[in-house]
Design a protein around this ligand. Sequence first.
Ligand code: ZN
Length: 192
Amino acid sequence: MKFRQILLTSAVALALSACGGQSPAPAADTAAPAANAAPAAEAAPAEAAPAEAAPEAAAASKPATVENCATTLEANDQMQYNADSITVPASCTQFTINLKHVGTMGANVMGHNVVIAAQSDMEGIDKDGAGVTPDHVKAGDARVIAHTKVIGGGESTSVTFDVAKIKDGGPYKFFCSFPGHMTLMQGSIQVQ
Ligand code: ZN
């Protein structure tokens, strides 16, 4: 019984690795003729799980490319940044975030900005900036460490700030304060 389980396990492994599973399955049939039909059928649905898991794992962390104390974030019409983490080199005294809207929708319907703040201040900044046009940041909001203006498809903007402001405390985040965007459009920013 134990021997047969090992055979079945390896048959499943073969089926998974083969991805189409043409030849390995019949080979296992000859080793355990009677009981093989059911486990072979079970192996088929199991194949779907790893295939789905792969893209999710790849999307888990997308560090921004940082060069010369600057990075360029892209934002699109699907309400996404192209990165969810920015690591600022500790050797930088100032850091620049360039924001490029790679979509085509206007700033009034799919506007994007970048706001830097402590994670604990995000909710309040977002709420208080919701009705403020065009930039969706309350004037003189002391919780905002830095922010760009709101831009639409095809536009670019940038903001430069003192790295010392995010060296202590935190954790700090970057996010889009356009109403409804913060949940999807946010990431961590840290000095290292
Ligand atoms: Zn946005």
